[in-house]
Design a protein around this ligand. Structure first.
Ligand code: AMP
Length: 196
């Protein structure tokens, strides 16, 4: 599965919840980059140059990192990718990884939200966490990149008939309920425990 959404749509939070409920590992490229930045690794030093400005880390760096991560044992029986692919070139690369592993995408979930709502959420988060890519001009740049590049990714998966769109506005639990319901409709992956 993939989860795609604009910055501030809550995709990281929802990814963790889906991962718990469905028992699949959640892999967030943003989290991997942030961990590398924090640890001062060569990958982190490289990624930071782009992240602080709200730019995409180049495909050459990101694709390789994803390929390595997906080759680990915990991803063998399925995974939920959060934040990848964000460009059409990344879609093509992921197609190649999956074909080589004889795997197929089941559901691509898109969380939707209004831009102005996202900007105000992210400014709130910046005050709380001090994330360096959460100031207003960087936030607007990240949103622009989402519209310019990642919406084409979403359209590609829509044409393949595996897209599920979910309104990301509302309380966290409410959105999780919508997400799980939508996954269930799209792929029959999620079944509520007996008695519910
Ligand atoms: P996120 O936490 O998903 O918003 O990602 C934070 C930042 O990490 C992004 O603004 C990019 O700089 C970088 N990043 C994460 N995923 C990707 C990706 N698939 N391609 C390029 N850059 C990425």
């Amino acid at each position: 599965m993939l989860i795609i959404g604009p910055p501030g749509s809550g995709k990281g939070t929802q990814a963790e919840r889906i991962s718990e409920r469905l028992g699949v590992v959640a892999i967030s490229t943003g989290d991997i980059f942030r961990a590398n930045v924090k640890g001062g690794t060569p990958l982190g030093v490289e990624a930071r140059k782009y992240m602080d400005n709200g730019d995409f880390v180049p495909d050459s760096v990101t694709n390789e990192m994803v390929r390595n991560r997906l080759s680990q044992d915990d991803a063998r029986n399925g995974f939920l990718l959060d934040g990848y692919p964000r460009t059409i070139a990344q879609v093509d690369y992921l197609d190649g990884i999956l074909a080589a592993a004889d795997q197929e995408l089941g559901v691509v979930l898109q969380l939707t939200a209004d831009d102005e709502e996202l900007v105000s959420r992210l400014l709130g988060r910046a005050r709380e966490t001090g994330r360096s890519d959460d100031n207003e001009s960087v936030i607007r740049h990240r949103l622009d990149l989402y519209h310019q590049q990642t919406e084409a990714v979403v359209a590609r998966y829509a044409r393949r008939g595996i897209l599920a769109q979910v309104d990301g506005l509302g309380g966290i639990d409410e959105v999780t309920d919508r997400v799980l319901g939508s996954i269930s409709e799209q792929a029959g992956v999620y079944r509520p425990p007996a008695g519910l």
